[in-house]
Design a binder for this molecule. Sequence first.
Ligand code: WT7
Length: 648
Amino acid sequence: MADKKSSVTQKGEKVSPSQEFKKQAAIQSLAEYKRLYSESVKNPKKFWNTQAKDLLLWRKPWKQTLKWKEPHAKWFVGGKLNVCENCVDRHLGTARENKAALIFEGEPGDQKTLTYRQLHTEICRFSNALETMGIRKGDRVAIYMPMVAEAVVAMLSCARIGAVHTVIFGGFSSESIKDRVNDCSAKLVITADGGWRRGKIIDLKANVNEALKGCPSVENVITLKRASNRVHMKKGRDHWWHDLVANASHVHKAKAFDSETPLFVLYTSGSTGKPKGVLHTSGGYLLGTTMTSKYVFDLRESDTYWCTADIGWITGHSYVVYGILSNGGTNVIYEGAPNEPGPDRFWSIVDHHKVTIFYTAPTAIRAFMKWGEAHIKKHDLSSLRLLGSVGEPINPEAWKWYHKVIGGGRCPIVDTWWQTETGGIMITTLPGAAYSKPGSAGLPFFGVVAKVFNDAGREVRRGRSGKLVLTQPWPSMLRTLYGDNRRYKETYWSEYDGVYFCGDGCRQDKDGYFWIVGRIDDVLNVSGHRLGTAEIESALVSHPSVAESATVGRPHDIKGSAIVCFVTLKDGYKGNDALKATLRAHVGGEIGPFAKPDEIRFATALPKTRSGKIMRRLLKDIAAGKEIHGDTTTLEDVSVVRQLQEQG
Ligand code: WT7
């Protein structure tokens, strides 16, 4: 795959949007993009002032656009708004009032549509319920739910009353719930009895019950009845969603909050065993996601938009909930797996709901390629007009397949580079304005100053590789890591002075297009999920049999990275297949099923330098089955390498 990518780069293959697409697009030419881009970076204050006034509803105007005391930013200082009002209330009394805000499809096939008016009623009821439960501005609320309409209601209700949500992906284990709830001392957990996945019920409430054995901050739990599986409800602590809203008024007045009011904390993996609580605030985040939704997805009033991401990840926050609803868009949300009951489920959804914009991850695209075109041909995909990709670099082969087979050759593809930390899309090609180069994310979005630096902190020449940095603050940037300003500074602002380092390697070609190479820190991208190798290692060593472990990624055709773990055992344990299975299950239990190692190799020792550092570069090569080259003279015990190789 890597070879194909570079050959395409050399050829500089370009794919342009059709005249038809261009004619109706918000930005219609490269010249128009360049003019706006240059305005946005030459006079950012003026640019963001105009955008914030045009795109958002403010209760009180701001006094200062940006207060920047590196590395801490405050945007629209003194301004007041309500994020939920922007996403829902402001569409009432307009033509959007009876427009579908959410079209939900459950895995078993049940469907429900909420218009903006209906969504508003649900949110008002639930906001009142939250307030009755004692939830106030600034309180943290954990949400651990399936991908159902009520999860969106829960998030927006928190936003409405100024509570800070932390959504925990439904694939996380009880241990992971506990860590996150405790890190932010959540007072309330909102969950469901269960959710559907591949024809089975995921017992979400049981996971919450288990986690709450060790979460002293949690006072109440609200449970949505979704899968009707039997659950244990603890008296005094547990409440059914339907009981609470049945008694709640459908009238709720949204208060105005300061622009810098925390909106949510979202945990993401870093290079230590402890996930980082990325904190986003209100005005700047909403502006960034609203504006990118409008221009990158070229949202039109008639669009039916479907982003396949779960609300447990940033993509679900920014491009299912906040950015899309703020624009008054129609969102499709789907609860289950892409191959339930068959590998054509996504295409049946696109066909049935006449989806016009489809946003998914390369790992999913590669799975569809593998499953074959026959499943796609069964459905009419002619409603699609724009496709998107996010989460990892998309290999040109998958790009071209996506363009031809899903997009029928007529839909531009926006390959969007961004991160949990950036809040919104930072690098992409605006679909009506710029040509795409398969495999390259493209050009910086308005206001984004992206550069490729060498280790010394100087910009490298075009065509050379280096580290991707952002040199100007932007409205939707993270504000800090929850409760840990020091780690915030160390992680993002210490590689180079005054510059944000994102953790990705990158190269910019002669046309200024960015080619993201992938993470250069100890973070893996597994099926679009970000995982720290240290997290997996600490899960492994928490098992009684494990003395030491090292985890690396190995390129994988569908998942992007496969997880390979090297393990040394304590005396008295035997490294056999049964123990491998036990350890895989153990990691699944500690983090979540999606983090289960693909491969475990046992060794009497791990390859280390004489100073005791694990030689990860070497382990990566061993995992990939490569010849061991390079300098191994610092290796303490050469025989362990052979031992590890032999198990491949
Ligand atoms: C990391 C961020 C952004 C939402 C989903 C993942 C990688 C993301 C792309 C892309 C190449 C990409 C980067 C980034 N990444 N999008 N279009 N091309 N790489 O969010 O979990 O915060 O992960 O995903 O490595 O740093 P995340």
